[in-house]
Design a protein around this ligand. Sequence first.
Ligand SMILES: Nc1ncnc2c1ncn2[C@@H]1O[C@H](COP(=O)(O)OP(=O)(O)OP(=O)(O)O)[C@@H](O)[C@H]1O
Length: 768
Amino acid sequence: MAESVRRLLGKPGAVDLRPYTKLLSAIEAEEDGLRELDDTELTDRAIELGTGDLPYGRDDLVSLCAVGREAARRALDERPFDVQLLGVMSLLDGHVAEMATGEGKTLTGALAAAGFALRGRRVHVMSVNDYLARRDAEWMKPLYGMLGVTVGWITEDSTTEQRRAAYSCDVTYAPVSELGFDVLRDRMVTDIADRVVPEPHVAIIDEADSVLVDEARVPLVLAGAAERVDADVEMADIVRALKPRMHYEIDGEGRNVQLTDAGIDAVEKALGGVDLYAEDESSLLPQVNLALHAHVLLQRDVHYVVRDGEVRIINESRGRIALLQRWPDGLQAAVEAKEKVAVSETGEVLDSITVQSLILRYPTRAGMTGTAMAVAEQLREFYELEVAVIPSNKPNVREDHGTHLFATREEKEDALIEEVEEVHATGRPILIGTQDVAESERLAERLRKAGLECVVLNAKNDADEAAIIAEAGTHGAITVSTQMAGRGTDIRLGGSDMADRDRVVEAGGLYVMGYGRYPSSRLDGQLRGRAGRQGDPGDSVFFVSMDDDVVVNNASETSGYSTDDRGEITDPAWLSMVDHAQRVAEGQLLEVHRNTWRYNQLIDVQRDVVLEHRELVLTGDEGDRHIKKDRPEKHAELVEEVGEEAVADAARLITLYHLDRGWTDHNAFLSELREGIHLRFLGRRDPLDEFNRDAVPVFKGFLDDARSRAAESFEELEVEDGALDVSEVGVKRPSMTWTYMVHDHPFSSALEAVAGRLKGLMGNKGNK
Ligand SMILES: Nc1ncnc2c1ncn2[C@@H]1O[C@H](COP(=O)(O)OP(=O)(O)OP(=O)(O)O)[C@@H](O)[C@H]1O
């Protein structure tokens, strides 16, 4: 079979592309006819395709692709390649299209969005940030216009009116977080007219693996009534004086830390001789633990940077500052105390939604990314999504070399620098991917000492990302970068203007070097994918040492190898051990994801019950009816004085208030319960069972409680100046709300990792 044909059939385990490839010649056959139409006729042709339902029948699908292709050619001066049309068809079937860097996912996504929109579906194209939401919407607007489809976009700064306008378009581009925050705010409205988000239909998710897998667990939070907590600087100073191993121990994966007996003694003494375990000191131990976590597990320039007097979290999978993110509860304040910066605002959590729950609201889901196959199992398990591996337009000629494994980090670094020197001498641009900010700075320093000038890109200067990446393909450039794998700017060979392209191509293209393997092969793949864009030449290679985190934390064996005189371990068995260690790390992340999902499922079920009831109160007379039944005399008395409508309004507001108040309190209870579960887990009971055992009965009386509280408040209502003022009976909504994302909590992930490990151990025993 010819290579070009085989490439179009698809990969084993992925969606079969044959039904799509079969249509390509029919699509092409329509092209000449369409070229003869004027623009209005072309738009009319697109609109005609709007009759009928989804999925498109064969002929309509062919016409849609042909019309879309012609519209893109006219509106954007880009004629979609066959492979992009394969992507469009897989998105329309609700799959995740895996398309390599630079293959034109933006256009692919837009054509699919238009396809859904023409058949009456509202489409939300989810981006990872404001910049991309706006850029992609504006870029694709002429195309949508020619297809008779309206498009809008939302960013963090959008006003309520702008949001409403954007949502009323057929296609709306928005960052995932803003969509989530709008959903949360809508859940709190007391007047239907204040809602902004329409009923969800179709989600097309850009960077799908990162959003659906890496960020799936991130809760988006709506908080109210901001308050300030004082930084516990004293506690931060006390734990700073503790010594590792003597006063505290860190677990093998660096996910948890615990005081030793000597540590407990030292802290008790430093606090003036208290007993940390005494009942009346029960708030002290959690504070010590928070300070200890902040001090030991969260490292500056690895997990966060301090910029402009603020602690800013680094997103692990993207390497960028995670805007709007904070650690939960006291942990954020503990890190701020550690760094001696002002404590940021905190507030009462009104409600939250995980990215995963947000996306599961959409009956139709599809996505695009450069790396999806590696998480195919999770996409199927959590979202019922299949992956369609779309071949590249031009064959990929990048050479992916294996891994060089060294005994120590020093030997790895020496070998890497030697290789940089050699490759640099040929003029090839080099991109070195590091794991964290501190590492990128240390490596850059060593390169400079060796006379190799380089540019560093990490979370500290991520604002310069576009400019740095644009020039990373310049002749002789050396760029050291943390995992800034997200999309945005291409690395063009020969620099941004490609002036020197021929010389760089001649030299062999971009040379990508990984300074250590990432905790997932997907991140490795994203780094490799920086080279070999659109058929460019390029190479990729990884340098690993036995003391890299991914090896130390996950390898079953770490001694007994032999090395050559440069310290390199060439035995293939040890090289496969590195792959194995990475798979163990991936497995752990999956287990954490699964566990969090299980917790959230129960919470989601309870939330749905509340929301369903809330909807009846908001849109109907449920609140008034209940109150009338529970407090008939008071009800009649007030109706007499102010009329039915005013009483029904007050009953609605009071009932909504008590439902929301109750939910906020229940939420706080659930998160406390979950945090506390790990203590009970030490008693070897399944934490999830424990959680359910406690969370279910507490929720049982929820609606009844809210109802009786509403009745009590109603009883106290008084008529003043001929009107009812519900704020007089304590019905006050937060004067302002604010939104943020909760960053992964080391406690719970530690707990979940332990749970996963134990389960693994038990499983192994069972197999013997
Ligand atoms: N059919 C086409 N013909 C010509 N140029 C195209 C076509 N499709 C896309 N392009 C161009 O290819 C470049 C990459 O497109 P885009 O940014 O959408 O890629 P991507 O797949 O999202 O890449 P990344 O993974 O880096 O984000 C853009 O400059 C775009 O204009």
